[in-house]
Design a protein. Structure first.
Length: 463
């Protein structure tokens, strides 16, 4: 399997090279030259597998330059830290299925990919005798999951930027109380989009990137998206069998388009199994406007009770554009240059109709989110976190005869204030979150300036 850039400016590279490159050197995002489609006997065999076994089978299609036994060990290590025997259990609550993705060490769906990526990075660096300085931005859960994926690992330092005061208190504590010396948390005086802009600008400085051995852990890293493909296929098998249905829908709370793009890839791999994906946003609705109206234009970032989705520039959107523009890199490059200059893209009715064959979309405001947490708890006894509630509310809007699977992206205890506002009490705090307030914190506050962040990275990078 060879990999290319959405902008066409790099020669085809291997999976290993893709992982370490992160963002393509031409500023584009990396994708496989072709997406395999699986059917018949192979699907029948996959249905019988455990989650780690299925992950291995999916990953080996795309990571064919890693020896089989090594890949198996990496997968086994990645999911040994999960607290549930099924890794990602799927349970029916009321009229909807809940895919629980929060049984990893930081209680968020990002663990599914980042536990694997942390082990993969260490494996590749030891193999090559190289060092890596990971640079990433987070709107909430990516930061802690990335940190827990690589803390204490050999040959790796990690620098995580988060918007000061714009992540939940629990999310901030999970990041800033990690004591390992290879972890650096940077509280940026701005929004998540500012953090993401800084990271992209630094990666686009190729001399700086090479000098300081920079790598990406955000969802721009292909290996992260790939690891997330697995749970869509897993949930499809479980629910289609339980319901006796050939097709399902998924509802995905998303701001960055990474998680739902993994669903889009799973849709291609399965062929007919996933009918459509429901793209659920909060008030930061740039992606909903894209799906429903063909309007991808910047708005003002609104702070909400689902902060991981408080995003206007969706960093993985470019990957979908590549397919929407019939895999023509020149058109993607022109579109991204236009967006950089004007903050806006528009699409023809023909393109909108094509998008709507893949996606449905709804924007759920905070009032609706709180009402969904309250009503779902009253009806089922199940507590949703505010991100999952956005997905459930949107999913129920588009519920038909097909099973609807909503992605539960975080444990509700990560957002106790929002849950208490909805149901009158905080959710029980799991062991992993107890005592965080009592631990010393390690964090550096910086202005939202590219040069200030570069100075800090240069001073603390592994060389």
């Amino acid at each position: 399997m060879r990999y290319i850039s959405t902008r066409g400016g790099i020669k085809p590279i291997s999976f290993k090279e893709t992982v370490l490159m992160g963002l393509a050197e031409d500023g584009g995002l990396i994708l496989p030259e072709k997406t395999p489609r699986v059917s018949g006997e192979t699907l029948a065999l996959w249905r019988k597998l455990s989650y780690p076994e299925l992950a291995f089978e999916v990953l080996r299609l795309f990571a064919d330059d890693i020896p089989t036994e090594d890949l198996k060990k990496l997968v086994e290590k990645a999911y040994s830290s999960f607290s549930h025997p099924e890794i990602c259990p799927v349970i029916k609550k009321g009229n909807i299925w809940i895919l629980e993705l929060f049984h990893g060490p930081t209680l968020a769906f990002k663990d599914i990919a980042l536990q694997f990526l942390g082990h993969l990075f260490e494996y590749l660096l030891l193999e090559r005798g190289q060092k890596l300085n990971i640079l990433g931005a987070t709107s909430g859960d990516t930061g802690s999951a990335a940190i827990y994926g690589v803390k204490g690992r050999k040959n790796i330092n990690i620098f995580i930027l988060f918007p000061k005061g714009r992540v939940s208190p629990v999310q901030e504590l999970q990041m800033t109380t990690v004591a390992d010396e290879n972890v650096f948390c940077l509280a940026i005086e701005g929004t998540f989009d500012d953090c993401q802009y800084i990271v992209k600008k630094i990666f686009s400085d190729l001399d700086f990137k090479k000098k300081y051995f920079l790598g990406a852990v955000n969802s721009i890293n292909w290996a992260r998206v790939l690891a997330q493909v697995v749970y869509y296929i897993w949930a499809y098998f479980k629910v289609s069998e339980a319901e006796g249905k050939e097709k399902v829908r998924f509802s995905v709370p998303t701001g960055n388009f990474g998680d739902i793009f993994a669903g889009y890839l799973a849709k291609q791999i399965l062929g007919q199994g996933i009918e459509r994906l429901v793209l659920a946003t909060n008030e930061n609705d740039i992606l909903t406007r894209f799906v429903n109206e063909g309007d991808y234009s910047l708005g003002r970032v609104t702070s909400t009770i689902s902060p991981s989705m408080d995003i206007q520039v969706a960093s993985n959107f470019e990957r979908y554009l590549y397919y929407l523009y019939n895999q023509e890199p020149s058109r993607v490059r022109e579109a991204m240059e236009q967006f950089a200059q004007t903050g806006s893209l528009s699409f023809s009715q023909e393109k909108i109709a094509r998008v709507q064959k893949d996606f449905l979309s709804a924007s759920i405001n905070q009032k609706e989110t709180l009402a969904t947490i309250a009503s779902f708890y009253k009806e089922t006894g199940y507590i949703l976190d505010p991100h999952t509630a956005v997905g459930v509310a949107a999913g129920l809007k588009f519920k038909d005869e097909r099973p609807m699977i909503a992605l539960a992206t975080a444990h509700p205890a990560k957002f106790p204030e929002a849950v208490k506002k909805a149901i009158g009490r905080e959710p029980e705090r799991p062991e992993a979150l107890r005592g965080l307030e009592d631990k010393p914190r390690r964090v550096k506050v910086l202005p939202a300036e590219v040069e200030k962040v570069k100075e800090f990275v240069a001073k603390n990078a592994l060389l």
